[in-house]
Design a protein around this ligand. Sequence first.
Ligand code: ACO
Length: 310
Amino acid sequence: TDTQHQQHFDDKIAADIAIEAKDWMPDAYRQNLIRQIGQHAHSEVVGMLPEANWLTRAPSLRRKAVLLAKVQDEAGHGLYLYSAAETLGCSRQEIYQKMLDGKMKYSSIFNYPTLNWADVGVIGWLVDGAAIVNQVALCRASYGPYARAMVKICKEESFHQRQGYEAVMAMANGSNEQQAMLQDAINRFWWPVLMMFGPSDTDSPHSAQSMAWKIKRHSNDELRQKFVDNTVPQLEALGMSAPDASLAWDEASGHYRFGEIDWRELHEVIKGRGQCNHERLQAKRRAWEDGAWVRDGALAHASKHASTAA
Ligand code: ACO
């Protein structure tokens, strides 16, 4: 019966036993996972755009090769995540179409422009750095296929974060102009990166249930604080600063205190009114339409092959 199924599910969650694709699960758990994993997958593929913008203008062959590898990894992350979502019974095409139609979200951070080369380093260092903090926690998410996808993704994200830090280190040790470019990129990305962790715990509708189900192991604010604590020493090592006059070490709590996030800005970007929302969705729609002949060709080939094999 459903009561027995629910009891069995609750027992597994309590005992930290992973829920697998074929296990019974409450429908709300399934829908919540499709929502989060789907948004996560969309973020990976939309996230390729701001950096891809600089592939043709990378300052050296080495930088270009590294950036190309990183952007390709992001496509791979999207694919693992769409596959994890599909194990829950949704179709990849359906959730992808929802994203193209603006009915499913992707991370706010990818709606900001990349104006110069320093932005590419800062994205690797700060955006991927924030993604790791969030995703390391998700390696222990209660849904097995999601948690396992996260393990490989986190390893690759660590490489992305290091390549970003190495690129910003070169600029921090460079000319005055390079240092100024880097500081400008940090100034523009700092607050949007803190917003990646989502609304504050007091304003996060999904958190309580997702924590109870052990999809989320830490709250949005806890992970945001962990990121700030990790990152301030790195900023200092670079000789750079954050655009936050309130940022200060708090001896008593053992954490860095930081200023209030502009929640109105996060809300606007999530609602589709950020600087690049329109451009990003346009680019993904165009890519989907331009790829139609490849999908048609692959389908025609598969059906021809199936009929000759039969
Ligand atoms: N950008 C866009 N939407 C956001 C963001 C953000 N930074 N933060 C929260 N939201 C959305 C939520 O998706 C939710 O929308 P919905 O109800 O329409 O689905 C709403 O705002 C309320 O937020 P929460 O209740 O806090 O939502 P949730 O419990 O899902 O927590 C979080 C948000 C932390 C982003 C969570 O979904 C998560 O951990 N996702 C997986 C990680 C991820 O998506 N990373 C993508 C960026 S990293 C990268 O791709 C490199």
